[in-house]
Write a protein that binds this ligand. Structure first.
Ligand code: AMP
Ligand code: MG
Length: 392
C-alpha cells in the first residue's frame, strides 16, 4: 500500500504483532515495570500476629488506671511467650507481638516509671493502640492480578508475603539500527561530510525510558546487501526492528531494496509531515518499522507509530499516548496542505510553540512534551486557536 493515514498505518502495524505470551520467572527485585503473568494471592494474614504500633507497655485495660509491675521486655523480632499476670505489664517496642494476656498498649511517654514498676494515670480502652493480625492483608486477598504492571508498591506487597520470584511476560525483543554512510558515533572524530548519529541514541534512550532493553545494532552502511544480510541474520532473535534512514526516494535510500530482498512490505508512506516515508514491513516473525532519518521526523514517527505497537506487544496500555486539546499561545505561520504534527509544549491548557519546526532539527524539540495534530488543509494557526494535541 502506498500512502496510508496515520491511523491505518497504526492498525496495519499492530495487526502484525501479538501480545507476547511467553513467561519468565524473575527475582522480585528485578521485576519492577514488568507485567505479572499470574494472579498472586496472600497465603497468610499480615501482619502475622497482633502487634504493638508504638513503644510502650502492654497490659490489661481493665486494670487501668493503676500501678503495674514490669515483667519483662520485648523488642520487634523477639517473641515473649511468658505470661503477663493481671496488674503486670510488659515493656514492648513497636512491631513486637502483643502477649495474649494483654489487650492494649500505653505509650511510654504516658507512664511514670518507678524502678521495676510503672504508674498508668489514665483509663485505657480494650484494644487501644493495638494492631491486629491480618489488618493489612487477609489470607486469600488478591495481591496482584495477572496483567498488572509491577509498581514499587506492588512489589513491596508481594515481598511482605514472602514472594521471592514472580512470573512475568517476557519483554519484546527490540532491535534498533541507523542507516547512513554519513553517520559516525559520538566517540569518533568529526570529519568533512559526516555527522554524529543522534537518532540511535534517541531511540535507545526512549526505549530504556519505557522499560525496554533494546538490542542496539549500531550504524548500518548504505549498502542494501550488507544491510539485508545483517538484518536477516537476526530474524529469529527479534520481535521488532526499528531503523532510521534510507526510506525516501534518494539514491542511497536502501531500505526499499532491503525489504524486497528479505521481507514483505506492508505499506510505504504515511500521510503526514514530518517523516512521511515510513516503511512498515515484516521479515519472518519480526515486524520492521523503517523511519525517516531526519531527527525530528524519526522522533515524531517513533512516538506516533511504534508506541501503539510496543503497547500491544508488551501488554502495557499506559504506553499509548493520550490526546488532549488546548489553546495556542504562539502562532504557526505556515499553511498545512497535508496533516502535520508540530512540536509543542503544553502547560495547563496553553500550548507554546518553538520558532523552528524543520524535520531535520531536534534542538527546538528538546523541551517539548507534545505534538499539535494539524489536520490537512489547515490555514496558518493563530494565537488563541483551539487545537488537538498528542501528549508524549
Ligand atoms: P535519510 O532518511 O537517510 O535520507 O536521512 C535524512 C536526513 O537525516 C539526512 O540529512 C541524514 O544525514 C540525517 N540522518 C539520517 N540518519 C541520522 C541519524 N541516525 N542521526 C542524525 N541524523 C541522521
Ligand atoms: Mg540516509
Amino acid at each position: 500500500m502506498d500512502g496510508v493515514s496515520l491511523e491505518t498505518a497504526i492498525e496495519l502495524l499492530t495487526s502484525k504483532v501479538a501480545a507476547i505470551s511467553e513467561v519468565e520467572e524473575l527475582p522480585l527485585s528485578t521485576a519492577v515495570g514488568r507485567i505479572a503473568a499470574e494472579n498472586y494471592h496472600a497465603t497468610f494474614d499480615n501482619p502475622p500476629f497482633d502487634r504493638s504500633p508504638l513503644d510502650g507497655y502492654a497490659l490489661n485495660s481493665s486494670d487501668t488506671p493503676g500501678k503495674f509491675s514490669v515483667v519483662g521486655e520485648e523488642c520487634a523480632g523477639d517473641f515473649f511467650d511468658g505470661t503477663v499476670p493481671r496488674g503486670a505489664a510488659l515493656r514492648i517496642m513497636t512491631g513486637a507481638a502483643i502477649p495474649r494476656d494483654c489487650d492494649c498498649v500505653i505509650r511510654q511517654e504516658d507512664v511514670t516509671v518507678d524502678g521495676e514498676n510503672i504508674f498508668v494515670p489514665i483509663k485505657l480502652r480494650h484494644h487501644e493502640n493495638y494492631c491486629f493480625a491480618g489488618e493489612d492483608i487477609r489470607s486469600g486477598a488478591l495481591l496482584c492480578a495477572a496483567g498488572l504492571k509491577l509498581t514499587a508498591a506492588r512489589i513491596a506487597i508481594l515481598a511482605s508475603q514472602g514472594v521471592a520470584t514472580i512470573k512475568v511476560y517476557r519483554r519484546p525483543r527490540i532491535a534498533i539500527a541507523s542507516t547512513g554512510d554519513e553517520l559516525i558515533e559520538p566517540n569518533e572524530k568529526l570529519s568533512a561530510g559526516k555527522i554524529y548519529n543522534s537518532n540511535l541514541y534517541l531511540l535507545t534512550a526512549r526505549l530504556i525510558e519505557m522499560g525496554f532493553e533494546p538490542k542496539v545494532l549500531g550504524i548500518l552502511s548504505d549498502d542494501a546487501d550488507v544491510c539485508a544480510d545483517k538484518i536477516f541474520s537476526m530474524r529469529n532473535d527479534i520481535d521488532l526492528l526499528i531503523t532510521t534512514g534510507g526510506v525516501s526516494v534518494g539514491k542511497k535510500d536502501i531500505m526499499h531494496d532491503v525489504v524486497k530482498k528479505i521481507g514483505e512490505k506492508i505499506f510505504w508512506r504515511v500521510l503526514m509531515k514530518p517523516g512521511a516515508p515510513v516503511i512498515g514491513w515484516t521479515c519472518g516473525k519480526f515486524l520492521g518499522v523503517a523511519l525517516s532519518g531526519n531527527p525530528f521526523a524519526a522522533y515524531a514517527t517513533f512516538e506516533l507509530l511504534t508506541r501503539p505497537v510496543l503497547s500491544k506487544m508488551s501488554r502495557r496500555d499506559e504506553l499509548m499516548y493520550k490526546r488532549g486539546r488546548g489553546i495556542l499561545a504562539d502562532e504557526f505561520p505556515k499553511r498545512s496542505p497535508s496533516r502535520r504534527f508540530i512540536r509543542a509544549r503544553v502547560e495547563g491548557d496553553k500550548i507554546f510553540l518553538p520558532s523552528r519546526h524543520e524535520s531535520g532539527s531536534l534542538y527546538s524539540a528538546v523541551d517539548c512534551n507534545a505534538f499539535v495534530d494539524i489536520p490537512a488543509g489547515s490555514e496558518p494557526l493563530k494565537i488563541g486557536n483551539e487545537v488537538e494535541t498528542i501528549l508524549l
